[in-house]
Design a protein around this ligand. Structure first.
Ligand code: BDP
Length: 326
């Protein structure tokens, strides 16, 4: 009897307060999926992006960052963003190119002269057009982050020339282009989710992988694959991708607020990147990694010609435009 009375009172309270909560504006909560841990520079960039959105919308829009692959590995996350189950993600351009093939132009080997060249391209007309080209695929391209350059590492031997890569099983992202790249160097590409690479190296399922300094360090791959060759074969931008379904529910003004915040978080993210990259270099060296520098990249670059020739006309045209950016 007593319990019933309590339940009745609770019901009355709910009935009275419900209309209030309906009318009080609740913030729009957007979930952002990130594969890296909390202290990684892309994640720090995500938090800065979220902070700007919250501040500029006066708390109306809240982006909740889920680091450490809590919402899944990249390929699955991108699929969920496409059908609106996840609102935003920060990923590498590589796996997104499987959905939007044009993006392959941005991850061609030895394409950019340096990081400045890449940023000129990303901030210029080409970068803007490519962000816009994501829309027909169900995505809203929000902005780019720094992702350094990628390099080979393995547990077997020192790689001084491409010939040394011959026959090695190298993990790649789930990207056709990356498979072609590794094959063109004479190694055997093994596509695998990022989160499985450590155990893959440890158990010998793969001999090596390729990534930037920060990822080589933060994942502890350097502990199980100590031969690192700084060949800088690609510079793959990081990208912030929104779901067209969920962001499409917001007003145009709010969508623009989110886009602008993503752009304004870049300088912060780049600074975090530079700091963490240096820390990673110091740590992996101290951890006993053997670093091989490539003085002459010409033989590496020469092997990539067939890969360039194989690309669609659309990608080849974009490559020419990117190369022409001074
Ligand atoms: C890292 C990227 C991350 C990718 C990962 C990979 O930041 O988004 O998932 O490489 O190789 O550099 O899968």
């Amino acid at each position: 009897m007593k319990i019933r009375k309590v339940a009745l009172i609770a019901l009355i309270i709910m009935a009275v307060t419900l209309p209030l909560s309906v009318f009080a504006q609740k913030p729009v909560v957007l979930r952002l999926a990130e594969t890296h841990p909390q202290d990684y520079p892309t994640t720090r960039g995500d938090y800065e992006f979220a902070r700007l959105v919250k501040e500029r919308s006066n708390g109306r829009i809240v982006i909740e960052v889920y680091p450490g692959s809590q919402l899944g590995q990249e390929k699955a996350v991108i699929e969920q963003v496409q059908f609106g189950a996840i609102d935003i993600t920060r990923v590498s351009v590589s796996p997104v190119a499987a959905f939007v093939p044009k993006l392959n132009a941005f991850q061609m080997p030895y394409l950019y002269r340096d990081a400045d060249h890449m940023w000129k391209v990303l901030n210029g007309d080409i970068g803007k057009a490519l962000l816009a080209s994501l829309e027909p695929f169900g995505f809203i391209g929000l902005g780019w982050f720094e992702g350094g350059s990628r390099n080979f590492y393995n547990s077997k031997r020192e790689i001084k020339t491409p010939a040394d890569l011959k026959g090695l099983k190298i993990r790649v992202q789930e990207s056709e282009l990356m498979m072609g790249l590794v094959s063109a160097f004479g190694a055997n590409p093994t596509p695998m989710a990022f989160g499985e690479v450590y155990s893959g190296l440890q158990t010998g399922v793969i001999d090596g992988a390729e990534n930037n300094w920060p990822s080589y360090f933060s994942t502890s791959h350097y502990e199980v694959a100590k031969y690192f060759t700084l060949d800088e074969h690609t510079r793959v931008p990081e990208i912030i991708v929104g779901s067209k379904i969920s962001l499409g529910r917001l007003s145009k003004a709010d969508q623009e607020l989110i886009r602008q915040a993503a752009r304004d978080a870049v300088e912060f993210q780049k600074k975090e990147w530079a700091k963490y990259e240096q820390l990673s270099i110091d740590k992996v060296k101290a951890g006993g990694s053997q670093i091989t520098y490539v003085a002459d990249k010409a033989p590496w670059i020469a092997l990539m010609a067939p890969l360039y020739a194989k690309q669609s006309k659309e990608v080849q045209d974009l490559v020419k435009q990117i190369q022409a950016v001074k």
